[in-house]
Design a protein around this ligand. Structure first.
Ligand code: APR
Length: 254
């Protein structure tokens, strides 16, 4: 863990933080074997653009195609396990006075790693509801229709995620903005920052005086306090950073 050249200002800002916010995206789950959103458009699905699969209009146009794409992704999620980055955030929750975890991911890997009270901005792929009325469905029968139908109203079932063009859950979004405006340390981890409103949260944190760090494969290393960018894998950098800030805490090492 000591191999990393982590900026000392960064390590001490984390150590002294009273309220840490972590915003995560698909990149944090990449090392669990889940393709990031853009990487997912490969292989069988390469011919489609995300907007053709992840919008209400796409579902209305071709519900079978959209259902099958999510069935494939659900299978991947069910086979995946949290990686060291998820575990480092779960450990961090026990080390700082307050941690707010905001995710754009729909895979439950933070919860499986032991993080509590995760704010899910984009829903959860393990939940299913009907398209017309949002009736939740726990089980379904695909032998008669794909997508299967709601047993209450007959509307087709859809994944419990937020599609492009849909509103984010209001309470989750408000809590995310409030936490970003009041934290003193903000992590952005494994997100390309291309999708609003999550993309603006680091700017909110910066504006209100927090130290902000981006951990991503697409960034150049840069130390310009209070803004830091670290290029590398979340599963390596996050445990290293937490271990550097709490060197006596064995929980996050190795
Ligand atoms: N460690 C850190 N970062 C990584 C890793 C890794 N091991 N692997 C990939 N990344 C980075 C990539 O460099 C990229 O910048 O994670 C980012 C993933 O970007 P996207 O695929 O765009 O995922 P995300 O930002 O979560 O997408 C936001 O868009 O498609 C919608 O609703 C969907 O929640 C998703 C949202």
């Amino acid at each position: 863990m000591s191999d990393f050249n982590l900026p000392t200002e960064l390590v001490s800002a984390l150590r002294l933080a009273r309220h840490v916010v972590a915003l995560t995206g698909a990149g944090i789950s990449a090392e669990s074997g889940l393709p990031t959103f853009r990487d997912a458009m490969t292989g069988l699905w390469a011919q489609y653009r995300p907007e053709e699969l992840a919008t209400p209009e796409a579902f209305q146009r071709n519900p079978k195609l959209v259902w099958e794409w999510y069935a494939w992704r659900r299978q991947l999620v069910e086979a995946a396990a949290p990686n060291p980055a998820h575990h480092a955030l779960a450990a961090l929750e026990r080390l700082v006075p307050r941690l707010t975890l905001i995710t754009q991911n729909v895979d439950s890997l933070h919860q499986l790693a032991g993080s509590s009270a995760v704010i899910e901005l984009h829903g959860n792929i393990r939940r299913t509801r009907c398209f017309a009325n949002g009736h939740p469905a726990e089980t379904w029968d695909e032998s008669k229709a794909v997508p299967p139908r709601c047993t209450i109203c007959g509307s087709p079932l859809r994944p419990g995620v937020v599609w492009f063009g849909e509103r984010l859950p209001e309470e989750a979004l408000n809590n995310a903005i409030e936490a970003s405006a009041t934290c003193d340390f903000f992590f952005s981890i494994g997100t390309s920052g291309m999708v609003e409103p999550a993309a603006s949260l680091p700017q909110v944190a910066l504006k209100f005086g927090a130290t902000v760090i981006f951990i991503n494969l697409d960034v150049e290393d840069k130390t310009t306090p209070p803004l830091f960018r670290l290029n590398g894998k979340a599963g390596t950098l996050l445990p290293a950073l937490v271990a550097a800030a709490w060197p006596d805490d064995g929980e996050v090492e190795g």
